[in-house]
Design a binder for this molecule. Structure first.
Ligand code: 5CA
Ligand code: ZN
Length: 366
């Protein structure tokens, strides 16, 4: 699972994406699977460094504070933590090693402009396991546009192909860097997730997750790097959560149209209501956050709590089975919530099993 770049954490878009995959984890645990959940932290990257410079905070301190805030927000939302939570700065040596192997295999090249930057040769790396476009299904013009928008540099001279991505950024004055066999520098973005996945989980992953803004270039190239390094696909399934908007645009750090989980909870909003508001939308949908949705979620929570206030002992499996069926159908959380509403409406008394099922599968302890 792609983790945060630790600044401006945790906004409701982040929360929505992690909640989507938390629902999957809960469904798997309920199904008796042994879940291995690995999440990275992009604690070294251009946008983080830019923010650190702009605010006069040392980048390591910015990352540490924001990771702390993120973890606290995840805990208050009762998102089950990953088994392994791995920062890029912990894997600099294996990333440099991977870049070295790609150079040796002729699947990477150095730019001849005095920068010591190293790029992935997507054309040379095309194989039976991976080629550009397999994952995203996008045409080249769209890829070029998205690459420019999302951290790529299609216009940079000297690349073999405009869509080739940076694997290793050579040392620059005033930027953090690490010595390595491929030269002093720091990791590019996509290789970090490939290397962390390879180090911490058996490949192919069952699911590689993230928001839909990661489909291209990020997941496409993480998959490309893994295929080039191991000969295996990165994941059996690439799954993408929809984008949460606010004030008419995607909620994003660059626009600053953020609603932070920590701000809502500081106002006294019950984190269970935030959870219910987000679960009220299908995870793949793009939608816009409004305060009204939170008000509705608060009243839903109040109704559920009143109903569950004195659960009778008992084990009628109607509700638990309905929740399992809804979630097994592509994580249909809106259907799961609607079922609970209808069940309460029908006059059925709450049982301990019902309360436990809502707790375990929806993460809401009534
Ligand atoms: N560190 C990289 C991934 S390796 C990164 O994208 N970090 S992030 O902090 O920008 O985003 C963290 C996660 O939140 C990603 O999965 C991203 O797709 C998701 N995300 C970001 N903005 C939104 C949004 N507005 N709605 C839904 N999900 C979002
Ligand atoms: Zn990632």
């Amino acid at each position: 699972m792609c983790g945060i770049t630790p600044y401006d954490a945790t906004h409701l878009g982040h929360a929505n994406t992690y909640l989507a995959f938390d629902t999957l984890v809960r469904l798997w645990i309920d199904g008796g699977f042994d879940v291995r959940y690995v999440q990275n932290v992009t604690d070294i990257d251009d946008p983080l460094l830019e923010r650190a410079t702009a605010t006069g905070v040392e980048w390591r301190q910015l990352a540490a504070e924001q990771v702390e805030l993120f973890r606290g927000d995840m805990e208050s939302l009762r998102i089950i933590p990953p088994t392994d939570y791995v920062a890029v700065t912990e894997v600099i040596t294996p990333v440099a090693d991977a870049v070295g192997r790609l150079l040796d295999a002729g699947l990477a090249y150095r730019l001849d402009d005095g920068t010591a930057d190293i790029y992935f040769d997507n054309t040379a790396a095309a194989s039976a396991v991976w080629s550009l476009g397999d994952e995203s299904g996008l045409d080249r013009a769209t890829m070029l546009g998205l690459s420019a928008e999302r951290g790529g540099d299609p216009e940079r001279p000297g690349k073999r192909d405009a869509l080739d991505v940076l694997l290793w950024r050579g040392e620059r004055d005033g930027e953090p860097s690490w010595p390595s066999p491929v030269g002093a520098g720091r990791p590019g973005w996509h290789i970090e997730c490939s290397v962390i996945a390879e180090l911490h989980a058996p490949l192919p992953l069952t699911v590689q997750g993230g928001g839909s803004d990661l489909l291209f270039p990020h997941h496409e190239f993480s998959a490309g790097h893994t295929a080039a390094l191991t000969g295996a696909p990165l994941a059996r399934l690439f799954s993408h959560a929809g984008m949460v908007a606010y004030d008419g645009e995607k909620m994003s750090k660059s626009l600053g149209n953020l609603v932070l989980v920590s701000r809502l909870t500081a106002e006294g909003v019950d984190p269970r209501a935030i959870r219910l508001a987000l679960l009220g939308r299908h995870y793949r949908a793009d939608w816009e956050w409004t305060r009204g949705q939170l008000t509705e979620a608060c009243s839903r929570l109040a109704t559920w709590e009143t109903w569950a206030a004195n659960p009778a002992p008992g084990a009628h499996p109607v509700l638990v089975e309905a929740l399992r069926a809804a979630l097994a159908d592509d994580l249909d959380t809106p259907a799961a919530l609607a079922f609970v509403d209808a069940h309460i409406e029908s006059g059925a008394a709450a049982t301990e099993l019902d309360a436990d099922a809502i707790d375990a599968l929806l993460g809401v302890r009534l």
